[in-house]
Design a protein around this ligand. Structure first.
Ligand code: COA
Length: 338
């Protein structure tokens, strides 16, 4: 079969300037240590949004850079997909704030909610729109202000997360590729998405939604903040990331040996190492920045992708494996040839 393909035309990231190191937790009364956090997670510091920085402002920052690199003006965007678990307000979608901030006058804009896997889900939706001809230029952003929803009194979760945004401009090729020829093909070669809502309560925000609207009691029970069963999440994450890696590689008819760079969701370096080992990919071919940003949820892969390109670790012809998992649970993966 011969058809056009979707490709990444430009990437960008938008990060708050303020750094919070592991040592800074003692100043806010959290009993923890740099050693504990590094040993269990690999995280040394994270960025925290301050002074009016919002999910929208970080998203727009990342988007402008991606558009500049792609050579795409705001008026050329057909669709803006914003993956976020931390919309600036519940109605309307934060994507329309991004649309307004960019002045993308022709664009449809909507939020996508699939937690840490959301940006990969968004990329798959964007690819589908390009392949059906419903859009020619799609902006896919992952933006998260996790500092607004974590419980700053719960040391088991607040040390893990950080704020930031990453974006890509996705376009359809003018030429066609032979879909069966995995060694020659370019652009998005395979995608995989999955979910298991039976596990929703392992990582969730019980209160504050329509079924349990915010009440004053939540100021005490703190049920409007993120709750997580850390050990259980860890076990599922290792299994789901391994599954995700296998599925995208199978879909592209490739193996770990064909991968030039793996960019996994950046939640925990131990989960990343287990995934790489399963996929038979040495850590020298795995991009890791969780030490500097913590878990930025759906922003983590696009931030890492942008840094990897900037660092020269992705070149023309590189085969890149993306793998994600998150609350839901949701998980997914993609093989992209640049
Ligand atoms: C959260 C996580 C780092 C905790 O590590 P763990 O080895 O499972 O630790 P546990 O939760 O069993 O806790 C062990 C002890 O450390 C303590 N602890 C928890 N957080 C701590 C912190 N920040 N500093 C110091 N001690 C801490 C616990 O209270 C517990 O103490 P206890 O044995 O006296 O009860 C780990 O489970 C994890 O990474 N899970 C996956 C999380 C994730 O990736 N979520 C995002 C998904 S997208």
């Amino acid at each position: 079969m011969i058809r056009p393909f979707a490709y990444v035309a430009g990437t960008g990231r938008g990060l708050p300037a303020a750094r919070m190191t592991n040592h800074d937790f003692s100043a806010i009364g959290i009993e923890t240590s740099h050693e504990w956090i590094v040993e269990r997670t690999g995280i040394s510091e994270r960025r925290i949004a301050r002074d009016g920085e919002s999910t929208c402002s970080m998203a727009a920052d990342a988007a402008r850079k991606a558009m500049e690199r792609a050579g795409v003006g705001a008026g050329e965007l057909d669709t803006i997909i914003l993956s976020t678990a931390t919309p600036d307000r519940l109605l309307p979608a934060t994507a329309v704030d991004v649309q307004a901030a960019l002045g993308a006058s022709r664009a449809a804009a909507f939020d996508l909610s699939a937690a840490c896997s959301g940006w990969l889900y968004g990329l798959t939706v964007g690819e589908g729109m390009l392949m059906t001809g419903a859009a020619k230029t799609v902006l896919v952003v992952g933006a998260e202000k996790m500092s607004a929803i974590v419980d700053w009194q719960d040391r088991a979760t607040c040390v893990l997360f950080g704020d930031g945004a990453g974006a890509v401009v996705l376009r359809a090729s003018k030429t066609a590729r032979r879909v069966n020829d995995a060694k020659e093909a370019k652009g998005i070669l395979s995608t995989f998405m999955r979910s298991d809502g039976q596990l929703a309560e392992l990582l969730w925000r019980p209160g504050g939604g329509a079924s349990l609207p915010f009440t004053e009691a939540m100021l005490t029970d703190r049920s409007h903040f993120v709750k997580m069963a850390g050990r259980e999440v860890f076990k599922h994450a290792v299994r789901m990331m391994a599954d995700a890696a296998d599925r995208a590689l199978d879909g592209a008819r490739l193996t770990g040996a064909d991968v030039d760079l793996m960019i996994p969701h950046q939640a925990n370096v131990r989960i990343i190492e287990a995934t790489a080992k399963h996929a038979n990919i040495p850590m020298s071919k795995v991009f890791v920045n969780v030490d500097r940003y913590g878990n930025t949820s759906s922003a983590s892969i696009p931030i890492a992708l942008d840094e990897a390109i900037e660092a020269g670790r992705i070149k023309d012809g590189s085969t890149v494996l993306l793998c994600a998992f998150g609350a839901g649970f949701t998980w997914g993966s993609m093989v992209v040839r640049f």
